[in-house]
Design a protein. Structure first.
Length: 79
């Protein structure tokens, strides 16, 4: 009986988490960047991750990190 309860709990957790991702995916679709741009940025960030410590001196990595921050963090209020 306990195994059934554990499976039910995991299923409920999976459903709850999938429900939480729906608003996030619709929020990210509101960005000004085209949808295919996300894949390009992901590739650039993966390249930077592979560079390790050398990525901090790479100009493309610095630009990719700045773009990722702009997409994730809200714009600061204008004064």
């Amino acid at each position: 009986m306990r195994r059934c309860d554990a499976i039910s709990s995991l299923l409920l957790l999976a459903c709850a988490l999938s429900g939480c991702t729906i608003p996030l995916s619709s929020w990210s679709s509101r960005s000004a960047a085209p949808p295919d741009d996300g894949a390009a940025l992901d590739a650039r960030l993966a390249r930077c991750a592979a560079l390790g410590a050398n990525a901090s001196a790479d100009a493309d990595c610095q630009n990719a990190w700045a773009e990722a921050r702009r997409r994730i963090l809200p714009s600061p209020p204008e004064k």
